[in-house]
Design a protein around this ligand. Structure first.
Ligand code: ADP
Ligand code: MG
Length: 434
């Protein structure tokens, strides 16, 4: 039976896919069962996802009686691939678990100031996964290309070799774990991640403050790290600034390479625009490009969004994209007033940043976990609003103006003494101003 099914599949499926997925299957048959054995759980999932339905249909078509299909994993089957060592290995399909965006490639990534370090690190990891920088930890503000880069690593691996890749966002990883706990299937959850060559988690900051998820990730990390499997993480901030992260994880995040990505300079923004315009097949004159690149400065996604909007408006109205048209279509983006920010907004955002409850902002608690974010919020309120110290104090649960002054001086002093913190504070203020 399996011979007939496999012959049929050989006609239907591209040769490379057939060699990768169908040939390695070991089949055994009894009167009413067909058992398909493969070398790993990971392979099994891939086989079932891609060909399970088709195999079932063919069994129905070819078998005279009712046949049950059983799937089995036998890890000794992996031995086969080792024996082929001296024969030039045929390129086999990579196995991907998770969505990798095919548009995010190294070819489509413009290298320039701000991102060249992350780009070089990503290239190096794509070249030799598990060998040089492990883990690779990329961090920086939103819309600067982190997700693009890690997808580029995955795409590069997919195109070259037989890698098992798992790609998740921190959020999805967390949700899957919760689901697994609910279903009593945590073993399965664990195993799916321990059989990969490359584990990529985008926005790992999401697991901060979630103890069970961190615990689980910690064990996965160790299991993979020990056998030199590549781990790639992104985050909106450095390991040091990840509040409510287990120390054991924080130190591990620093074991490999930590690279930060900064907003691109004008020249790079222009290059990115021209590359995106080319990809979209639109003409962008120099004046319009300059307008966008000079006004939209610290988020590539917004730059891209502006271009998309221009293109859409131009297609729909049939007008060419000139400077007047651009100014009109993007008026809200380009003439954005500096929005007045309230102390409440500041408290909310700073609390979220440091993972504390916003109510702690006005509380009297003095533990460092809440006092420090509170001081940052007080400082930001002084910097970004026109309120007086007593007015600010009243919004922090009726604190005395000397308390506010103390906080403002303390943070100012910390900024002077600590360059990293200064940078961090700049980022926080920039975020608040948006
Ligand atoms: P992040 O994950 O850092 O928030 P993304 O990787 O999602 O940012 O990038 C946002 C958008 O900007 C994506 O569409 C991405 O392709 C684009 N982008 C960012 N940096 C670059 C770059 N250097 N070259 C080309 N496109 C870029
Ligand atoms: Mg991202």
């Amino acid at each position: 039976l399996w011979d007939r099914i496999s012959n049929k599949l050989q006609e239907e499926v591209p040769a490379s896919r057939f060699d990768a997925w169908i040939s390695p299957v070991f089949a055994s048959e009894t009167e009413n069962t067909l058992t398909l054995t493969v070398a790993s759980r990971f392979f099994l999932d891939g086989l079932k996802n891609s060909y399970g339905a088709r195999i079932a249909a063919l069994v129905n078509e070819f078998a005279s009686a009712d046949i049950t299909i059983c799937y089995a994993v036998d890890q000794t089957l992996t031995g086969q691939s080792d024996r082929k060592d001296d024969i030039p290995a045929e390129p086999k399909a990579s196995l991907v678990d998770g969505f990798i965006d095919p548009r995010f490639t190294f070819e489509n990534f413009v290298v320039g100031s701000g991102n060249e370090f992350c780009h070089a690190a990503s290239l190096a990891v794509a070249e030799k996964p598990g060998e040089i920088y492990n883990p690779l930890y990329l961090y920086g503000g939103v819309g600067l290309g982190k997700t693009h880069l890690i997808n580029a690593v995955a795409n590069s691996l997919i195109s070259r070799n037989h890698y098992r890749i798992a790609y998740r966002t921190g959020e999805r990883f967390t949700n899957e774990l919760i689901q697994a706990i609910r279903n009593g299937s945590t073993d399965q959850f664990r195993n799916q991640y321990r059989q990969v060559d490359v584990l990529i988690i985008d926005d790992i900051q999401f697991i901060a403050g979630k103890d069970r998820t961190q615990e689980e990730f910690f064990h996965t990390f160790n299991a993979l790290y020990e056998v030199k499997k590549q781990i790639i993480l992104t985050s909106d901030r450095s390991p040091r600034d990840l509040v409510n992260l287990m120390e054991r994880l924080r130190s591990r995040f620093n074991w490999g390479l930590v690279a930060d990505i900064q907003p691109p300079d004008l020249e790079t923004r222009l290059a990115i625009l021209s590359s995106k315009a080319e990809l979209a097949g639109v003409q962008l004159d120099r004046e319009v490009a300059n307008l966008l690149a000079s006004r939209i400065t610290n988020n590539v996604r917004e730059l891209e969004g502006a271009l998309t909007r221009l293109t859409a408006h131009s297609t729909l109205t049939g007008r060419t994209i000139d400077i007047a048209f651009a100014r009109h279509v993007l008026r809200d983006l380009l003439h954005e007033e500096v929005r007045a920010i309230s102390v409440e907004d500041i408290q909310k955002q700073v609390a979220a940043y440091y993972n504390i409850n916003v109510r702690e902002m006005a509380s009297a608690k003095r533990s460092r976990t809440v006092a420090f974010p509170r001081h940052v919020a007080m400082y930001a309120s002084k910097e970004l609003t026109t309120l007086s110290l007593p007015e600010i104090g009243s919004r922090f649960g009726g604190k005395d103006h000397t308390t506010i002054l103390y906080a403002v001086r303390k943070i100012a002093k910390m900024r002077e003494d600590d360059e990293d913190f200064d940078e961090e504070m700049n980022r926080i203020l920039a975020q608040l101003k948006r």
